[in-house]
Design a protein around this ligand. Sequence first.
Ligand SMILES: [Zn+2]
Length: 324
Amino acid sequence: MMLRPWTFTLALMLGFASALAAQSVPEPTDLATLDLTVRHRVRTVYFAPSDRPFPPGIRERLDTWIRLTRQFYRDEMDYWGYRNEDGRGKTFVIDQAPDGMWDVVFMVGEHDAAHYQSFENPGDPWAVGGECLGEILSRLPAVFHNDNVTLYFFDTFEVEGESIRYTCNGGSGAPWEGEGAGYVLQGTHFLGAGFQTVALRPADQAEIFMQTESSGIREIRWDSQTLLLTRGEFASTYFGVPVHEIGHAFYLDHVFTDTDGDGVENNVMGNGFRRFGGRFGMPGPDEHPTILSPENAAELDTAIMFNQEDPFDISAVGSHYLWR
Ligand SMILES: [Zn+2]
């Protein structure tokens, strides 16, 4: 879903060596210590209600997700011939912590989950997330997100029957926050619902897409059928959701054309984000894995966020990508 930047007013409102064993529980970030000099980077905030502890390993899983997302855009830009001075596919640069991982701001909400959930409104799919975002924005200095793309993850969802409630996902450019600025508002349901959809290390992501047990959640899967998803199908769909939303944060529009003329629309900015597991060999989606359309690639070639000097080598080495 796309949030339209001109009408959206929610504002009102190195390594992996230790990651295997590391499933650390993060401490809340001291907001007085934020680096406010960061520009043209992809930053992030993880927001949890006061009665929801940060999950063990959450920092590692978010790092896996952003690395593989970064690698996806790099590989696709390379495929379409858009390369940087080093001859590598263009991609975005993350705000990196001194230990090399994505620098996540961990924030504990001022209220419990029930408080944020109480804002649920059938006429406004953004109401619960918007309430969280409103608090995040009121507690962070504006310069934190100025000239950056910022992902705001919020943990208020509940599984109810075969559905997920009290959550949402969306992304948009945010030109009022400066050059190239954008944001994603993403519920943490993409990380799984009683099971994991994002691995602790990129190298372990492929096996998650192969899980055949039922997720218990009924959703639209990779082939557009609405079914009870396997855990692998849930992972494929929801790993891809924020990869799609961050595309909007980079100012990409939807593309629903059948790029390769094979009868399947598999663009990340169309319905193809659900096929993300196909890039890792997941049966079914692997026949038409998620791609970036040439229209979107041409847009990113001139995007300021895709033309930054990259001081880090944070490629997703060791992943089981199927290259195309
Ligand atoms: Zn969209």
